[in-house]
Ligand binder design. Sequence first.
Ligand SMILES: Cc1cc2nc3c(=O)[nH]c(=O)nc-3n(C[C@H](O)[C@H](O)[C@H](O)COP(=O)(O)O)c2cc1C
Length: 353
Amino acid sequence: MSLPTNQIILAPLQGYTDAVFRDVYFRHFTGVDQAMAPFISTLSQKKINLSTLKDVIPENNVNCPNLIPQILGNIAEDFISLANQLIELGYYTINLNMGCPHSKVAKKKRGSGMLPYPEMVDQLLDNVLKGLSCKISIKIRLGRYNKDEIFELLPIFEKYPLEEIILHPRTGVQMYEGEADIDSFIKVADNTSHRLVYNGDITSVRVFNNIVKQLEKVRRYGQPSHSYTPINRFMIGRGILSNPFLPSQIQAKVGQSSEDMRNIGNLKSSKSQSELLERIKLFHDELFDTYSRKFYGPLHVTGRMKGFWTYIGDSFKDYRKEIKKILKSNNREHYKAVAESFFAKLPLFKPTD
Ligand SMILES: Cc1cc2nc3c(=O)[nH]c(=O)nc-3n(C[C@H](O)[C@H](O)[C@H](O)COP(=O)(O)O)c2cc1C
């Protein structure tokens, strides 16, 4: 029996995984099969201008595998109008954001703010699917206020030919607190015929394997247990930003030989460490150069680069002081100097394991 192939999707992280990040990331690292772009908000009755769409314009995404654009909105005609612009750009699957936890968004009944309103969701999907030629997938949480809200929505989802449902098993009000609720994920999987994608807190190969093991309990809705299909699509966000090698580590684990895996085989050996650091530095430098070329203001560039350190900084556990210095820099030259001196110290890269 051949091992199931797990597919990894780069999660959308607004302010982090933009087109520049994706382009440079995919030039340096392997293991990811697909990426989702951070949300674009609908605008009432207006054609979205090209600068808002630049993140998903195909020429800005040549290295990015199978990009899925995402829309945040709750009014069918605005959604359809934006989706049609995306279809014109060549996209044939579009994701609807039903998970954004931020209260500013949620109080307008957008993102996770839609979850307590099944009738509204039903109307939206009905109108959107009637009005569009592309496929629609959904990215969702368990609920806005409690983790049972999704069970009111699942019968509605059954009525529509969704491409897939990506579930982050937390509530909206939880934001990122507490643990991702795998038992609730399994309960949802048992109650939907749609393809389900797991998303949440995959930070290492060990955690990934543990989640895969727990998901073996899933028996798919409407199918006899002997024909169940395992969950084999996983979306990862912060784990990839903290450890950009994570997807190739996971993929190597299921039997694909990969050059990355040789390099990261033994994180503690000094040869592996220097190779890892060299590759992270190349990635960092190219990211900095590309942002410097594309962004005008120095604060924009340092702002984006500080985003880079927000997560990967956690993998340089013994260098908090140095990273603080990088995060304090307020112009490009100063930033460059402190980042250079950080790498010159040959810091140990120790991602979560
Ligand atoms: C800073 C930040 C920005 C995010 N932006 C988006 C977004 O634009 N669209 C979306 O669907 N989810 C967004 N998310 C949620 C992530 O896609 C993902 O669901 C969440 O981080 C859980 O996955 P992880 O534990 O692998 O990071 C964002 C999360 C963070 C932390």
